[in-house]
Design a protein. Structure first.
Length: 410
């Protein structure tokens, strides 16, 4: 089998080339296409994407911006059609709504011609009870045939790659309150997820169940979790922060008494710091330390992981998995360009970054002694006060990775 897999050097060169094409597609809207009307803008974007787990994707994304009378984005329609060797043709319907400055929702419906599909709905209101309460509700059904598992441990080798399909049906509700001070929040989170595992869609990578048949979670799981958090948050914005601090402690109980397949406990700590250095320059810092108690009972996909757009951006999703994890990020967000494009005022940010992190199996272990490092640069399109689109290019020991999406990584 090893003779059929692509060499890392070839993969890395291909990702670098596609990353440059992706950056070109991000900047293409600035070349002079005018909006159709004052309240309706259409941005035709080619999609040339690369992902460590997905490979190369090609498609077309006509983004429709619906503006209110003040020129604020009220809705985004982002239907697209993509092609990928693993997923086949993958059309999608996406609707994002921003009815007020403190409300947002989105709906995603995607179904490929092979295995993969996504049906997601989410709603968030951040200004209930005069700004002292907020709520977020999410429903997700997805089936992803591109998932990877390399075994447990911070030194999991690229040559131990396996593949599986993960089907997940989940509901998450988060209710936060600031009853005493507006910078102190307590929150309750409930999560229900039903997961099944099947053979993956990557033909030249072996199935996880064949290579690692004793791995906990291959027979699926039911998770009913109850969680709580307490946070100090004086950031000037939750979506596009430029100054302030978020510090949070959280825990989540998964127990058979609640209907779960297994019992275990998650707890962790997080800090985000935003320091304005000058008008167009913000230093953004992020640190996370997470633990899973009784992790031997937890499915492998419920343990702590690193890799992907939210942690080590030079590796694919869940590249490293173990009981616990630490990671940190330093970004320098620089506003490099600003002008009206397609009827809205758009800022382009450049954000060089460094990510570092590791997973480890003992709560007594020092979490900073075997870090993986990623260097990279982010390109962000910002439409204040509520929309951020990004392209992040990261370089790590596995090669190059390119991630795209909405919102900042933290």
């Amino acid at each position: 089998m090893s003779g059929q897999r692509r060499k890392p050097e070839t993969r890395a060169r291909r990702r670098r080339r596609l990353g440059m094409l992706l950056l070109l597609s991000l900047l293409l809207p600035g070349l002079g296409v005018a909006p159709a009307r004052a309240d309706l803008s259409v941005i035709p974007l080619p999609e040339i994407l690369t992902d460590p787990n997905e490979g190369n994707t090609y498609g077309f994304l006509p983004v429709v911006l619906l503006l209110d009378r003040q020129g604020r984005i009220e809705h985004i329609i982002a239907h697209d059609v993509r092609y990928n060797k693993i997923t086949g043709v993958f059309p999608a319907f996406r609707l994002l709504g921003y009815p007020t400055l403190d409300q947002r929702y989105f709906v995603t419906i995607r179904k490929s011609t092979k295995i993969d599909e996504d049906y997601i709905g989410e709603y968030e209101h951040t200004n209930l009870w005069g700004g002292r309460a907020n709520v977020l509700a999410n429903f997700t059904f997805d089936r992803d045939s591109r998932m990877r598992f390399y075994g447990f441990g911070n030194g999991a080798d690229d040559g131990d790659e396996t593949n599986f399909t993960k089907r997940r049906v989940g509901f998450r509700l988060r209710v936060g309150a600031r009853p005493w001070r507006k910078d102190i929040e307590i929150a309750w989170i409930t999560r229900v997820e039903d997961t099944t595992i099947a053979r993956g869609g990557v033909d030249d990578v072996p199935f996880t169940g064949d290579e690692l048949p004793d791995t906990k979670g291959l027979d699926g799981s039911m998770v009913h979790a109850q969680g709580f958090s307490i946070a100090y948050d004086n950031r000037d914005s939750q979506v596009i922060p430029t100054e302030g601090t978020l510090g949070a402690a959280r825990f989540e109980l998964v127990d058979e008494a609640l209907g779960s397949s297994q019992s275990f406990l998650k707890y962790g700590f997080e800090i985000r710091q935003f320091v304005p250095l000058r008008e167009r320059l913000v230093l953004a810092l992020h640190g996370v330390l997470d633990y899973v108690a009784s992790a031997h009972r937890a499915p492998f996909y419920e343990r702590s992981s690193l890799g992907g757009v939210k942690s080590l951006r030079g590796f694919g999703d869940d590249r490293f998995i173990d009981d616990n994890r630490f990671f940190t990020t330093v970004e320098l967000r620089a506003r490099a360009w600003e002008r009206e494009v397609f009827g809205v005022t758009t800022e382009i940010e450049l954000a060089p970054f460094i990510d570092a992190g590791q997973v480890f199996d003992s709560a007594n272990e020092f979490p900073f002694d075997a870090l993986h490092y990623v260097g990279g640069i982010g390109f962000r399109g910002v439409v204040r006060p509520q929309v951020v689109g990004f392209v992040d290019l990261g370089w790590g020991s596995d090669g190059t990775a390119v991630f795209t999406g909405l919102d900042y990584p933290f």
